[in-house]
Write a protein that binds this ligand. Structure first.
Ligand SMILES: [Zn+2]
Ligand SMILES: [Zn+2]
Length: 181
């Protein structure tokens, strides 16, 4: 069973993460635990854009990894970008140990002004499983029912399925066997 550490970075509360772990464990082959990550991400902030450069945060996470084999998924509340895009929901190292998601654009308030906690939880589960999929070697999937479908807008996050399709699931299992974690 692959261990995944959910690492809240400057989050006000990890209640949301606690609440989604049972769902994450039901629909994925991973085991999750929450561990606070005390890292300083201020150098990833771009004053010009008013956002954080996600690749820089990934590097900071990577530089602070413990010497075990667990994957670490950082969760920030700040808006993320990479230079070629207006924003990103998250980023991951393909076949690496680190990934990152932002809750900033998963809040329904951001779009409609009305909060929707169930929707926030569902979107967070999708983004976590999507970025972890990249850590386990998956590339984007053409199946809209699959959580590995690419999503560059919140509509696409909501349309795609919440779990891995059969073929992506098999690929993760094979990756787990090879890396023996
Ligand atoms: Zn992706
Ligand atoms: Zn798939």
């Amino acid at each position: 069973m692959a261990q995944v550490i959910l690492a809240p970075i400057n989050l006000d509360s990890d209640e949301l993460l606690k609440e989604i772990i049972p769902t994450l464990e039901k629909i994925s082959p991973f085991k999750f635990k929450i561990e606070k990550f005390n890292i300083d991400i201020s150098e990833a902030y771009s004053i010009e854009r008013g956002q954080y450069h996600s690749t820089k945060i990934l590097k900071i996470i990577n530089d602070n990894l413990k010497s075990d084999s667990s994957k670490v998924l950082g969760i920030v509340k700040n808006d993320l970008f990479i230079p070629v895009l207006t924003y990103v929901f998250g980023e991951a190292q393909l076949n690496g140990r680190c990934s990152l998601i932002s809750l900033f654009r998963l809040h329904e308030e951001f779009y409609s002004g009305k909060s929707n906690y169930e929707l926030l939880k569902q979107r967070t589960v999708k983004e976590i499983l999507h970025e972890l999929g990249h850590n386990f070697g998956l590339i984007h999937c053409k199946d809209w029912e699959c959580v590995m479908h690419s999503s560059s807008s919140i509509e696409e996050v909501d349309i795609k399925g919440i779990s891995y399709c059969e073929s992506c699931f098999i690929n993760i299992k094979m990756n787990l066997k090879v890396s023996n974690v």
